[in-house]
Design a protein around this ligand. Structure first.
Ligand SMILES: Nc1ncnc2c1ncn2[C@@H]1O[C@H](COP(=O)(O)OP(=O)(O)OP(=O)(O)O)[C@@H](O)[C@H]1O
Length: 336
């Protein structure tokens, strides 16, 4: 895979992260606190997000998984700047998503975040070739830079990709990075589903976003192609350091990332961490551990199977032990 400096202002990833307007004060590139989104339709309220907490570090790749209706798409739509939460806070790459005006929203969507959606038709324009699709966001950004530069007293943004040949080189580099250089001249209808999604990742990365968001990027693909696309996303994350959040209902996605956050009923409920250990014979071993998520005020969601197996409901007994906390049914089963 090509090693690529995707930062068009010449900054390294490390210096970008430390730059003003960088990550939130306590370091997270994506920070959601007590995020609430209520939809009201025909007088009926649906709480899609019910106090969701999430933190993703700069350069991390994280999968958010959950059943249908758990709030995954609602979260991603908020993080991509297309929707505004009802309450709580959300900060992405130092941008407060609740305080953006219309102009900041456009700049945020153009420069700070890149998206890959499930439907390839939403990612790529059907009448443009792969090369033209990747070039388009670069041309739009260059156009807005020229407009800014013409305004008195306004400095041009990131001048490095001002020339056509710089932009053409960037398109080639991105298509090579995603291993789709050989389909550069084809339109989406002439590419496989996996190739279309790889080109879509190149489009999303065109303007060097700090955060890459993907909503079910493998939803329309077969299993083998899904693995390829996920590995391509992981490769982009590794090569460029872009913070990456992949939302999916497909639990196998978890095998491709070091951290998976599970959403249940509009809240993060559990997290799975994966690491590779080397045993005493020098063999690599994959270890994964599941954790319950404890929020800032000490709330946690017990897994569904714990609740049903001990018939835990309404109220439980809690006990603080020297090294753990015990949870029991209100009444022992035999007394009920
Ligand atoms: N615009 C809307 N108006 C009303 N209710 C909505 C709206 N968008 C989402 N919801 C509701 O909010 C809840 C969460 O929906 P969301 O689409 O975020 O879930 P999801 O986990 O992405 O599900 P899926 O995997 O099926 O896409 C659901 O109950 C859904 O019906």
């Amino acid at each position: 895979m090509t090693v690529l400096d995707l930062d068009d202002d010449g900054a390294t990833d490390a210096s970008r992260r430390g730059a003003p307007g960088g990550p939130g004060q306590d370091g997270g590139e994506i920070l959601c606190r007590d995020l609430v989104r209520i939809f009201a339709t025909d007088g009926v309220e649906v709480q899609a997000l019910q106090g969701l907490n999430l933190r993703v570090e700069p350069g991390e790749i994280v999968a958010v998984v959950g059943a249908s209706g758990s709030g995954k798409s609602t979260l991603l739509t908020i993080l991509s700047g297309l929707d505004t939460p009802t309450g709580g806070t959300a900060t992405v790459a130092g941008t407060d998503l609740l305080a953006m005006g219309p102009k900041e929203r456009v700049a945020y969507q153009r420069h700070t975040v890149g998206f890959v959606w499930q439907q390839t038709s939403r990612n790529l324009l059907p009448y443009l070739t792969a090369r033209e699709n990747v070039l388009l966001p670069l041309e739009l950004a260059a156009g807005s830079r020229r407009t800014r530069a013409r305004r008195p007293g306004v400095a041009p943004m990131r001048p490095a990709l001002a020339t056509r040949s710089d932009r053409a080189r960037r398109v080639d580099d991105l298509l090579d990075l995603l291993e789709v250089g050989h389909v550069a001249g084809r339109r989406p209808a002439e590419m496989s589903g996996g190739q279309q999604q790889r080109v879509a990742i190149a489009v999303a990365m065109a303007n060097s976003p700090r955060v890459l968001l993907a909503d079910e990027p493998t939803g329309e693909l077969d299993e083998a192609t899904s693995v390829e696309v996920l590995e391509a996303m992981r490769g982009v994350n590794r090569e460029t350091g872009v913070t990456t959040l992949v939302v999916t209902h497909d639990p196998t996605v978890s095998e491709h990332v070091a951290r998976t956050v599970q959403i249940r009923d509009g809240r993060t409920s559990t997290e799975t961490l994966r690491r590779t250990e080397t045993d005493e014979h020098g063999r690599a071993r994959h270890v994964s551990e599941e954790f319950a998520v404890l929020d800032r005020v000490g709330r946690l969601q017990l897994p569904e199977e714990f609740l049903t197996s001990l018939d835990l409901k309404d109220r439980v007994r809690l006990a603080l032990e020297p090294d753990h906390v015990g949870v029991w049914p209100h009444e022992p089963k035999e007394d009920r």
